[in-house]
Design a protein around this ligand. Sequence first.
Ligand code: SAH
Length: 249
Amino acid sequence: MSGSLVVVGTGPGKAELMTPATLAALAKATDLVGYGPYLARIPATRPDQRRHASDNRVELERARHALSLAAAGREVVVVSGGDPGVFAMAAAVFEAVETGDPAWRTLDIRVEPGVTAMLAAAAEVGAPLGGDFCAISLSDNLKAWATIERRLRAAAEADFVIALYNPASKARPHQLDHAFELLRAIKAGDTPVLFVRAAGTSEANMVTTTLATAEAARADMRTLVIVGSSTTRRIGRWVYTPRSGGGLS
Ligand code: SAH
């Protein structure tokens, strides 16, 4: 008898931004596995449901725990914030499958999409992702800073709008300033830069500035930073990137 494992995302925070498919998976689960604050966003569904809260940093261990529960016959839901496939638990689950018990490869594993922070943040300010864009995580916990720099430079040279996840933390206060410095050497100083904090929640807060004046101190771990392309522009309180034009001059 084997159970199942569904990886879901809670969306950016507001209950309405959790999808009905995610709510259905949560209602069926016998076990919820995830980082404590994400589990706290989920309303209690069934009285017999077990919650396994863990620290944010032990993703692979958490994935293995979830897989062994599913292998023992439980209906397990692994909970991420936003979308589970964007810098989150879905990849950790597949990494655990790849390196773990071969029997895990035959488990019933499913991923439900969610609203990722980048989309919620863009909607708060207008349509900054209207043209081509990319997403880069500034966290160097799992990759070298040199890799991040190379990708930032390539994205700037190709004139993408750049969404920056994990822009800052207490452990790495200077990286976002380094990223801005690198981008200033390639992009125009008047390029719009957006700091969107707690997007898609009732506490949402946004600041629009320019690359020339952007300061890392405006960002924390609940902030998504969007750096515009050469065509991203302000109209009144909105910022958008037209679908046409742009590119290399
Ligand atoms: N899986 C998540 C991302 C995890 S990485 C998703 O799809 O959204 C964590 C980073 O996401 C944070 O450091 C922050 O940059 C961003 N983030 C998550 N929720 C956010 C929110 N409500 N508003 C702004 N940024 C958010």
